[in-house]
Structures are given as C-alpha cells and as structure tokens.
Ligand binder design. Structure first.
Ligand SMILES: Cc1cc2nc3c(=O)[nH]c(=O)nc-3n(C[C@H](O)[C@H](O)[C@H](O)COP(=O)(O)OP(=O)(O)OC[C@H]3O[C@@H](n4cnc5c(N)ncnc54)[C@H](O)[C@@H]3O)c2cc1C
Length: 380
C-alpha cells in the first residue's frame, strides 16, 4: 500500500538467498522439530556456513559487517516462511551484540567467530521462576572465590537454552540493596560442572524453538567471564540495545501479520460458500481491507523506527510503542484470519492455525506489553 524505501538491491538479493534457505533447508524439517521441541543442532552450523549468523558483527570477528537491514530481511523471511523454531535473531542480534559491545578483546575473539560459524549457540538468561518483569528481583547470585565466581540459581523460559553453548547470565553480584546496581552479566559455558539444562518446555506455540530451564549449582567460572569493565553494569548493558531488541519483535510481528493476511487472502479467494468465494462477501472484504490498512500503518512506523535505529537515534519509548502495538496487531490480525478460514483455521496443517499459536508469545516476551506501556507512560 505504501512502498518501502529502506532496502537496496543488495538487500533484495540477500532476501532471495535467505528465502531459498528457509524454503529448502528449514521448512521441510519443521514438523519433526516441533515434535522434538528443538531444531537440529547442525542447522546452526549450516546457517553459519551460509553467512546467515551474526550479520552485523564486523568481519574481523567472523561476522558479515552488514547493516541491520540485513538482519531485518532475515527476520522477515523467517517469519514469511513460518519458521518459528529458529532462534537466530536472539543469537545474532542480541547475544552477539552483548559480547561485541561489552566483551574484552579476548572474549570477543574467542566467542564471536564461533557464534558466526554456528559452532557456538548463544542464549541470554534473565528470567527466573520467581521473577520476569522485575529483573531487579532476580535471585541468581555470583560470589567471588579466589579467581573465580561461584554461581547459584536457576533461569526459566530461555530461548536457545537447550542447545546453548554459551549463556549470558544475569546475576546478583552486589549487596547494595539498590537493585539495578547489584546486577551483572556473566558468560557461562554450557560445559561447566554444575550447569544443567532441563528438557525443552512444552509451549502453546513456537514448538520447534527450544525454550528451556537452566540450573546453576556451584558453577565456577573465572572472573574474566564477567561482561563489562566492572560488576554492577548489568542494567547499563541491557539498556544499550534494548530499543533494537524491542524493534526486533516489532519487525517480526508486522511481518507475521502481513504473512497471515496473505495466506488468508489466498484461502478466502479459493474457498466457496453459498456458491461464492468467501473473499467476495462484504464482511470479508471489509475485514481484509481493515487488516491491510492497519498493517500498512504499522509497517510505516516500524520502518521509520528502523531508519532511526540505523542512525542510533531510536528512543526507548518509540521502540516500546512499536513492540506493544505491532504484537497486539499481530494477535488481532491472526485471530480475524482464523475466523475467515472457518474450521480449517483451527487445523494445524494450515499456516494460519500455526500463526495463531505462535504469535501469542510476542505480547509476553521481550518485556510484556504492560511493561511497554509503563515505560511509555513514564516518558509523558
Ligand atoms: C517463548 C518465550 C521465550 C522467552 N525467552 C526468554 C529468553 O530467551 N531469556 C529470558 O531471560 N527470558 C525469556 N522469556 C521470558 C519473558 O521475557 C518473561 O516471561 C516476561 O518478561 C514476563 O515475565 P514473567 O513471565 O515472570 O511474568 P510476570 O513478570 O510475573 O508478569 C505477570 C503479569 O503481570 C504483569 N505485570 C508485571 N509487572 C507489571 C507492572 N509493573 N504493571 C502492570 N502489569 C505488570 C505482566 O505484564 C503480566 O501480564 C521468554 C518467554 C517466552 C514466553
């Protein structure tokens, strides 16, 4: 409806390659992965081989040194394909950034090339069974002992947790009582004694994406695994890329809404009731038109946020608005689209039914939509 202007021919060329990858190497296996509740480990290596991981990380650390429009293309194509099991964006666009932005040279040289090649899978573990929205209330703790930290605690709902080789873990290191100042981020290798993973959690949707509980029982890591120049920088580091992380969810959400509308348009044009296509009834036409208009309006906002993000000028309030509004829109659109499919919309062999169960989490993760509104309200 409104032409998009951000992408150049090089991004569109990349889009074709990514689209082929999802169609040929991801989707044929997705049903099996949904059964086993995680993708095959070798998919990470294959994505690395094709240069699809850590796109924005500079080449000297194994990445592609690309701009965030390439990440956007990858996220959009993943969503259009319906590949909800693949946790590439958390790995490449969130965890790799923590290490790149705040890691020591040794940490960067050690982890980033492995993450770019798929040899190491990354996860970030903040949420705990007792707290999610209120991160200052985390209980996991790292205590200094000689040259090490000894970590105790547990984390829940961790994307890529089951296959993770390296986890950025939010822990309490201080006792100041001033919440934020006591939180640090520490890199924990998955093969450290005392670190264990539960089986992937059984979720409502996104069933092929491994989401898991992690346990830390007297896990020893060297103090050189601390991210940042000193303890207590956890929140400062989390804040640095928060706008981008929320925009990621908006990019995925608006692409998901667009995909839902496209599949519904096709379905309603082909499905006949009372001798006429479903799409020809005025109610259907109005619903489809409303969705098209709202998605176009949302896309313009997301693209404008992306433009600001490319210049490092995206505000936290705009990112929060993009996250909450587009994920709400996604759920509304998908629900309408299920209705337009009739009974088939409730059958998991139809993409729209998958979208229905996959989309719900977007209003919860990355900070719930209530927290987004709280953040916006604070700026008023
Ligand atoms: C599929 C999936 C993947 C995830 N991946 C990760 C991951 O990789 N790493 C990670 O660390 N976490 C991850 N999470 C966890 C996610 O970030 C948390 O679930 C989320 O932040 C909410 O925390 P909670 O579940 O503890 O809910 P709670 O904080 O207990 O919230 C419960 C309800 O209270 C509301 N609420 C809370 N505070 C307020 C307030 N101040 N005002 C109004 N309402 C409020 C919330 O909006 C919500 O509706 C994932 C979750 C899911 C579902």
């Amino acid at each position: 409806m409104v032409p998009r202007t951000l992408f150049g021919p090089e991004h569109e060329e990349f889009r074709k390659n990514v689209r082929r990858f999802f169609a040929e190497e991801i989707m044929p296996h997705h049903d099996r992965w949904e059964e086993q509740q995680h993708i095959d480990r070798k998919v990470w290596n294959r994505a690395g081989e094709l240069g699809f991981l850590c796109l924005t990380i500079p080449e000297e650390y194994g990445g592609m040194g690309a701009d965030r429009l390439y990440s956007t293309v990858l996220m959009e194509e993943q969503t259009f394909a319906g590949a909800s099991g693949v946790g590439f964006s958390v790995h490449s666009d969130i965890i790799a950034n923590y290490i790149f932005n705040f890691g020591t040279e040794a940490q960067k040289k050690h982890w980033l090339p492995k993450m770019a090649s798929g040899e190491a899978v990354g996860a970030v573990a903040m949420t705990e069974p007792g707290t999610g929205s209120d991160l200052q209330a985390i209980k996991a703790r790292a205590v200094k002992d000689g040259d090490d930290y000894v970590i105790n605690g547990s984390k829940i709902f961790i994307t890529n947790g089951y296959l993770a080789d390296i986890v950025v873990v939010a822990v309490k290191t201080g006792e100041s009582g001033e919440g934020a100042k006591d939180v640090s981020l520490i890199l924990v290798e998955a093969d450290r004694p005392g670190f264990s993973k539960a089986k992937p959690l059984k979720k409502v949707g996104m069933k092929a994406q491994d989401t898991c509980e992690l346990f830390f029982e007297n896990v020893r890591v060297p103090q050189s695994n601390l991210l940042g120049t000193k303890e207590g920088m956890g929140f400062v580091m989390l804040m640095k890329e928060l706008a981008w992380e929320r925009l990621i969810i908006a990019i995925l959400s608006i692409a998901g809404a667009d995909a839902a509308l496209k599949t519904t348009l096709e379905y309603t044009r082909n499905r006949k009731v009372f001798g006429k296509p479903v799409a020809s009834y005025q109610n259907s036409r109005f619903k489809l038109a409303e969705m098209k208009a709202e998605i176009a309006i949302g896309q313009v906002f997301v693209d404008r946020c992306l433009e600001l993000q490319l210049k490092n000028k995206l505000g936290a309030d705009a990112a929060a608005a993009a996250k909450y509004w587009t994920s709400d829109l996604l759920c509304k659109v998908v629900d309408e689209c299920v209705q337009l499919h009739g009974g088939y919309g409730y059958m998991l062999e139809y993409p729209i039914a998958r979208a229905y169960i996959d989309s719900r989490a977007s209003r919860i993760y990355g900070g719930t939509n209530e927290i987004m509104k709280e953040l916006i309200a604070r700026t008023m």
